[in-house]
Design a protein around this ligand. Structure first.
Ligand code: FAD
Length: 556
């Protein structure tokens, strides 16, 4: 049984269901086949991998959320319209069931044929990509998909899973134990005790109790299609702006590229509420949106992106490297690009770990904001642009925001446009030469003690602290297999001294290329690289130009 509501067609119909011309349909048909459909025929089953793409020539197709989560008619695809959402490009399993509701005729393409179409026909490629992205945005916004998360705003694990799904652009419905009336019924139906929360219900069939990000990715099939066992031209470690740019350029220039990402595409930039200084976005763009676009773009060109997979070691030798994963598998590669970026340094506070996700946060996005009560006072620690963005984002609803910074002013470390906004915001108070000395609370953060510039120590009933302090390179996994600087960032090109190269037994006549590390054919780009300018644009630039050196190495 389906209900009459159709969330996807109720708004923005022209964006979500563009009508193709006869000439366009003919061009699409030249990549696939034309075949009849019969009323009642299931064209795609929820959870199916290798999802085909359909253009309706005659008849109608219903898009239905499978019954495990309560059947729901999502949309009706009519003549001259087409099926699909961005999952097709990402190679993920189908979230919806597609069923012919009126007999007729369709053009049918396999995923590979659809990829070929997008890459060779720029006009149709643009229409399809735009539409598939809009559809995904709409599904995410409406929480209509194949997953239901039941949790609590008081749980760090709930926030982690929400963040993971959101930053992977996976639509899900969130139900809060303390706020949503129908939670108990659902828990009874799936035989889950409140103490076992958070739980993720996948496709209405599988119940994951407090799953790790890897388990979520596996259950939802994020990596289902990827064959990681054969040698790639290039393996890119990290899917922040630098890694995704490298993937776009590598794949678009014909290289077989695979990207590994511990968590979600976008890296640090993905956690930015609004990036305003990246070229081409005069109104700014959220990090999440920029990351989602780059992720789809990399896959459009044929790069594979493995989610929730961490590199644990670099193995092998020149032309036959391997990247060993934390689950033990090793991915062979001719060339490796390290784009593992940086993360905030954690201050040495005794019980910090107890409050992470329940009062202490490392991002300031809508998800963390949803943990706060209306008007709750917050602290942002840090003096760089990320702290400035966080303060402005959190203060926009009028809540009091304290910015704590160890130095004597912000102007040394923050962009002028952010400083001006902070100065103009009446609810933001900057406290220079001030640092947190203690956190207290029972189960969650309840009280913060700080020491100010005069040495005075005071305690405050503030329940939320956003930590955005200093950057630490994500190079622990490399175990010094490439030369690092004293702070742990990777040395490349002209920064490598003769001593570095001698210690690494550099085997070639030539010197390392720009962005090449102390091992031939291993490059480092973006924030992880020593001397890098820590900006989205420089990460993207380095990721892109690294590919020209990859070609040179492969030609040697
Ligand atoms: C909140 C915030 C706001 C910002 N705002 C701006 C701004 O407005 N403008 C601007 O220009 N810059 C901004 N920046 C800086 C910018 O985001 C970074 O310079 C940029 O993201 C660096 O890109 P990257 O790809 O080098 O590294 P990262 O973004 O750090 O990405 C590295 C990726 O590698 C992954 N990874 C790490 N270790 C492993 C491993 N072992 N295996 C697999 N994957 C791994 C990480 O999970 C991550 O996704 C901001 C940063 C933050 C934190």
């Amino acid at each position: 049984m389906t209900t009459p509501s159709t969330p996807l067609t109720s708004a923005n119909a022209a964006l979500l269901f563009p009508v193709l011309s006869t000439a366009q349909i003919l061009r699409i048909a030249s990549h696939g086949l034309i075949r009849p459909i019969t009323r009642g025929e299931v064209l795609i089953e929820g959870g199916q991998t290798n999802v085909p793409f359909f253009v309706v020539k005659a008849g109608e197709i219903e898009v239905i959320r499978p019954s495990g989560l309560g059947a729901l008619l999502i949309a009706v695809v009519r003549a001259n319209e087409f099926t699909g959402d961005i999952s097709m490009i990402l190679g993920r399993p189908a979230q919806m069931r597609l069923c012919a509701s009126q007999s007729g005729e369709v053009v049918q393409l396999t995923r590979d044929q659809m990829h070929a179409l997008i890459q060779t026909d720029a006009e149709i490629g643009a229409v399809l990509m735009k539409t598939l992205i809009y559809r995904r945005i709409e599904l995410v916004a409406r929480g209509v998909g194949d997953a239901v998360l039941i949790g609590s705003a008081q749980s760090a694990a709930t926030l982690r899973i929400k963040t993971f799904l959101t930053r992977n652009d996976h639509p899900f419905k969130y139900l809060d134990l303390d706020r949503d009336a129908d939670v108990r019924d659902l828990l009874d139906r799936f035989r889950v005790e409140p103490a076992e929360l958070p739980v993720l219900i996948c496709r209405g069939e599988t119940v994951l109790k407090n799953p790790s990000n890897q388990e979520v990715a596996e259950c939802l099939g994020f990596n289902a299609r990827i064959d990681w066992a054969y040698q790639r031209d290039v393996v890119i470690v990290g899917a922040g702006p630098a890694g995704l740019a490298a993937a776009v350029y590598a794949a678009s220039e014909g290289l077989d590229a695979l990207v590994l990402e511990t968590s979600s595409p976008g890296g640090q930039a993905g956690s930015s509420s609004r990036i305003e200084n990246y070229l081409g976005f005069p109104a700014g763009i959220s990090g999440q949106e920029l990351a989602g676009r780059a992720y789809a773009q990399a896959q459009k060109f044929g790069a594979d992106v493995m989610i929730a997979k961490s590199a644990a070691e670099l193995t092998g030798e020149r032309e036959a490297y391997g990247v060993r994963l934390d689950d033990g598998a090793t991915i062979p590669a001719r060339v490796v690009i390290i784009a593992t970026g940086a993360r905030y340094r954690k201050p040495a506070l005794a019980n910090l770990g107890r409050f992470e996700g329940v009062g202490v946060y490392y991002n300031a996005t809508f998800m963390e904001e949803a943990q706060l009560g209306d008007g709750d006072e917050v602290i942002v620690v840090g003096g760089a642009n990320s702290a400035g963005q966080a303060a402005i984002f959190l203060a926009r609803t009028g809540r009091p925001v304290h910015v704590l910074v160890r130095s004597s002013n912000l102007s040394e470390s923050m962009s002028r446009y952010l400083l001006r906004r902070i100065e103009e915001a009446s609810t933001i108070q900057v406290r220079t030469r001030t640092e947190i000395v203690a956190l207290e609370g029972n189960g969650r953060l309840e009280r913060v003690t700080w020491r100010d510039g005069t040495g005075a120590v005071s305690s405050h009933d503030i329940r939320h602290v956003f930590l955005m302090t200093g950057a630490e390179a994500n190079t622990g996994w490399l175990k010094s297999q490439v030369a690092l600087d004293v702070k742990g960032f990777i040395k490349t090109g002209p920064d490598l001294t003769p001593d570095d190269l001698a210690a690494a037994q550099w085997p070639l006549e030539r010197s390392p290329y720009l962005l090449e590390t102390s091992r031939p054919g291993v490059f480092a780009v973006g924030d992880v690289r020593c001397g890098n300018i820590k900006r989205v644009a420089s990460a993207v630039g380095e990721g892109s130009i690294a590919i020209s050196f990859v070609h040179r190495v492969m030609a040697e």
